[in-house]
Design a protein around this ligand. Structure first.
Ligand code: MFK
Ligand code: FAD
Length: 499
């Protein structure tokens, strides 16, 4: 046991060690709420390593059982999620319009140690929102109250089953069908769901092609789909007309039990109007896409904190990495992207909070937050996913050869973050979603974005280059080069401060 031993880089607390999150909260939250969020945030340090889920399809006597085996660590995450109120905070609205900011800040701390449990939490949150907006009173009493509970014994999670073999982006190709069952006074759903990530969820929201109860006929394309809510299992734990075909063998997100599911007469209730399934489920999509922005920002935070921490300890060519100008420039570019992602995410989160808690007829909400959030959500999701993956590569390289070793965890982090470019809508599909918004608003949403950016810049003590920019594009290019210089200085200061 002789020779050089590298000092081990360790990020202890992603909240206290990072001035970015604290400054975002200080800027967006009134001081009283901020103080409380800080204390709670610092306390949230529990970390868990979740093992991979397994499927036991048959018992010893060849009876089909489809038992999903998840580890105690995974189950524990559900308990933590309930106790910490990671869904509840958004719906209790104790802090009114600021509740979403507080919730997402807390989620950002929890997510990188939660072994992908933030995925079912995102869908649970979206499901609660759909029931709040479009659900029946019975769904509100029996399901919504449990999705938003802080009691681990009461808290339940939800899945989101959209993707089928013929189409994930193009859900209009859905084969699954819903037939009204007069005896049960409920819908009976049969088909095949190609991806279900929250296979251990208690309930699920799913799309199916509706048989008209009177004529039995169906409509083609996405305009023939309705949204349904179903229990995944009954009180004895028996699956509700579901067979777990197999667990997916994925590139990453291995702690998450993603499965293929066969549905045979799954008993379900319809949510919202007939044939409005895509529109109704978009309330989930728009929340889970903001979660993707938050999750990617959290990943970037860990990449940049880790790379900086290593740069303080690793010596090369007679100097610490942090003092090598070229390496500093790389760290500065990571720092800049992480900060941009934090601001972008919480800008969207603040609007989401206002839309959910304030009167939607207020001009700030009706004419600003609603159209702007609709435009920015797909952009946030796509932008943060692409940058987080690119940054995972940069972080790996910043650790040199050790970065490529599984034991440093960077490979896993890279594989996990990559999925954000695919799930909840691929880059091109979400780019088309941006065009959809522009078409639906006749270009007004883009104009609003332009006005908002200029409104943010105007009161700043903007240097001449910003004021004199002729177009928004020119202004953004100028800002970017200005911030690149600023980021290098700032990163150097941060590295020195904690050295
Ligand atoms: C920490 C991170 C955790 C994240 C966890 C995630 C776990 C993974 C879970 C999944 O991946 S779940 C599956 C996610 N699937 C997708 O994201 C599907 C991607 N495809 C799309 O988004 C397509 O654009 C879409 C399915 C919506 C296309 O459907 P259509 O029916 O062919 O489109 P159409 O006809 O343009 O839209 C139908 C209606 O919905 C229109 O309204 P109207 O009928 O009133 O005109 C649209 O305006 C509306 N709409 C579409 N997208 C919307 C929306 N409304 C609001 N928001 C949206 N995003
Ligand atoms: P396709 O739609 O076939 O896409 C293939 C390519 O075509 C992509 O590059 C896409 O960008 C491109 N494309 C599609 N349409 C267009 C267009 N109009 N113009 C240009 N290019 C286009 N789904 C669920 O419902 N529930 C889940 O819980 C869930 N969990 C998942 C977990 C994981 C780990 C993964 C990887 C996926 C999960 N999904 C889930 C599925 C996911 O949402 C879909 O895979 C995704 O929406 C893409 O659909 P697809 O696989 O059918 O690809």
């Amino acid at each position: 046991d002789v020779g050089f031993k590298q000092d081990v880089p360790e990020v202890q607390n992603t909240f206290l060690e990072d001035p970015v999150m604290i400054s975002v909260l200080e800027r967006l939250l009134p001081s009283k709420i901020c103080e409380w969020a800080n204390t709670e945030g610092a306390a949230l340090t529990e970390r868990m390593e979740a093992d991979q889920p397994k499927l036991r399809q048959y018992d010893s006597w060849c009876r089909r059982v489809d038992e999903l085996l998840v580890t105690d660590a995974w189950k524990k995450q559900k308990e933590i999620a309930a106790r910490e109120g990671v869904v509840a905070i958004a719906y209790e609205r104790k802090y009114g319009e600021y509740s979403r900011i507080y919730q997402m800040a807390k989620l950002m701390l929890w997510t990188s140690g939660a072994g992908l449990y933030s995925c079912p939490i995102a869908m649970t949150d979206g499901c609660a929102r759909v029931i709040e907006v479009s659900g029946t009173q019975e769904m509100k009493d029996q399901v919504y109250t449990r999705l938003t509970s802080r009691d681990p014994k009461v808290f339940i999670t939800s899945g989101q089953w959209m993707t089928e073999r013929p189409g994930g982006s193009d859900v209009g190709r859905t084969e699954t069908q819903a037939v009204w069952n007069e005896d049960l006074k409920s819908w009976s759903i049969s088909g095949f769901k190609w991806f279900s990530s929250a296979t251990d969820a208690d309930v699920t929201m799913l799309l199916a092609r509706t048989h008209d109860p009177a004529s039995g006929s169906m409509r083609e394309g996405s305009k023939g789909l309705s949204l349904y809510l179903a229990n995944v299992r009954d009180e004895q734990g028996k699956l509700n007309g579901v067979r777990i075909h197999r667990l997916k063998d994925k590139v990453g997100t291995k702690a998450l039990p993603t499965a293929e599911l066969e549905l045979n007469n799954m008993v379900a209730q319809q949510v919202g109007a007939n044939y409005r399934g895509v529109k109704n489920i978009s309330d989930i999509l728009n929340i889970t896409r903001v979660y993707c922005g938050m999750g990617c920002t959290a990943a970037m935070q860990r990449f940049v904190l880790g790379a900086k921490e290593y740069a303080r300890r690793r010596e090369v060519f007679g100097n610490l990495l942090k003092n090598q100008p070229l390496h500093l420039a790389t760290l500065a570019s990571m720092e800049l992207q992480y900060r941009a992602s934090s601001q972008f995410t919480f800008f969207c989160v603040a609007m989401l909070g206002r839309i959910e808690s304030l009167d939607n007829n207020l001009p700030q909400v009706k004419d600003h937050d609603i159209p702007l959030l609709r435009l920015l959500t797909p952009i946030l999701k796509v932008w943060s996913a692409k940058h987080a993956f690119a940054m995972s590569q940069e972080a790996m390289e910043a650790f040199g050869g050790q970065g490529y070793m599984e034991e440093t965890g960077l490979g896993r982090a890279m594989r996990d973050v990559l999925v954000n470019t695919i799930w909840e809508g691929t880059t091109n599909v979400l780019s088309l979603d941006v065009l959809r918004v522009m078409a639906e608003t006749g270009g007004d949403a883009l104009e609003l974005f332009n006005k908002t950016v200029r409104g943010i810049i105007a009161p700043l003590k903007a240097p001449e280059w910003a004021k004199s920019a002729k177009s928004l594009e020119e202004c953004l290019v100028q800002i970017s080069s200005h911030f690149n210089k600023y980021a290098t200085l700032e990163t150097r200061t941060l590295l020195e401060a904690s050295a």
